[in-house]
Design a protein around this ligand. Structure first.
Ligand code: HPA
Ligand code: ZN
Length: 341
């Protein structure tokens, strides 16, 4: 019988929850800091990695914003994105839907254009040279005001051909989805898909708000939805996808032991869960490693591996035809490896 991890690793898959600034590996961070002549308050790559010890989301975010501050030029954003794509190519990721945080850059004087042009160029190269298709999601920082998010949407207008959706990230507690009702409605009018982090640290009420007040197409994390049976039922019946990030949950103390991670439970409940890496440079692993971390603690079946690979495409923003083609390919490849969903 094929091992579920080997199967998952070999199957084509999509990554639907990835902050490009969170894929910033310390080695590249030091290299870019050196060429931009900006200083990092750590003496070495090792010392920086040691600082990646977080008690909660905010601890992480403080270091995450500090890390991205060395990104100044278009080339920096290109290199960051290209490094991510070449790395996930090794995990057989064939499609990515990545977030970027424009306000994390514009707030410190780097233009929206600089960030998006660099990211877009690398995504196009990834498609041409690695065969990885993509969608780009612009995330609003929820610790900032809704006016700031609306300004960001204005800045995005010349680039709407390159942007597929909008998201909501950063400090969840105290910044519920309802705070961003207007900017999400405006984004929707422009044809953008809507997603939001909800239920990562925040209560089930925030997940309800993501569904009711901003009408998301997909929920990022959603772990705490499991505390409310009615909410679980609604997510299952609504066919919403959850972009689950196991190593992130462990590193940010949403779970204290991988043995307690809710992914197997989510699958059992019929939720369309997917496995993602969130901020792999900070949380210790890319997508296959995230699967492995859960599997090592709570063995998943070969059928689970197939389901998770399929969910990653079903939950994507690809067209129905593109999805059908990937699902067919996964079935074929799984059958060749002796597994079915
Ligand atoms: N949660 C919220 N905001 C974020 C995250 C996360 O895991 N990573 C980057 N921004
Ligand atoms: Zn995230």
């Amino acid at each position: 019988m094929v091992d579920a991890y080997e199967l998952f690793a070999e199957l084509p898959k999509a990554e639907l929850h990835l902050h490009i600034e969170g894929s910033f590996e310390p080695e590249l961070m030091f290299e870019i800091a050196r060429r931009n002549q900006v200083s990092i308050p750590y003496a070495s790559v090792e010392e920086l990695r040691k600082a990646y010890d977080f008690g909660n989301l905010q601890d992480f975010l403080d270091i995450y914003y500090q890390g991205m501050s060395v990104l100044l030029r278009e080339r920096d954003f290109y290199d960051l994105t290209w490094a991510y794509l070449t790395r996930v190519n090794e995990d057989n990721v064939r499609h990515v839907e990545i977030f970027f945080d424009p306000q994390g850059h514009t707030e410190r004087g780097v233009s929206f254009e600089t960030a998006i042009i660099g990211i877009h160029r690398a995504l196009e190269d990834g498609k041409a040279k690695l065969g990885i298709s993509y969608k780009l999601i612009m995330s609003y920082l929820r610790h900032l005001s809704e006016e700031s998010a609306l300004e960001t949407l204005e800045q995005a207008k010349p680039f709407l051909d390159w942007i597929d959706g909008v998201g909501l990230d950063s400090s969840e507690m105290g910044h519920p989805p309802s705070k961003f009702k207007t900017v999400f409605a405006e984004s929707k009018k422009l044809g953008l898909k809507l997603v939001a982090h909800a239920g990562e640290e925040g209560p089930p009420a925030y997940v309800y708000e993501a569904l009711d007040d901003i009408q998301v197409d997909r929920i990022d994390h959603g772990n705490r939805a499991l505390e409310d049976d009615g909410l679980v039922k609604r997510i299952v019946e609504g066919g919403y996808t959850l972009t689950v990030c196991p190593l992130s949950n462990l590193k940010l103390c949403g779970v204290t032991d991988m043995k307690d991670h809710p992914l197997p439970k989510m699958l059992e409940l019929g939720l369309r869960a997917t496995v993602n890496s969130d901020d792999p440079a900070y949380f210790g692993g890319y997508v296959n490693q995230n699967f492995k971390a859960v599997h090592d603690a709570q063995p998943l079946s070969a059928a689970d591996a197939v389901t998770l690979a399929k969910n990653s495409f079903s939950g994507s923003f690809l067209s129905a035809q593109e999805k059908a083609s990937w699902l067919g390919l996964i079935d074929e490849q799984a059958a060749e490896m002796g597994a079915t969903a």
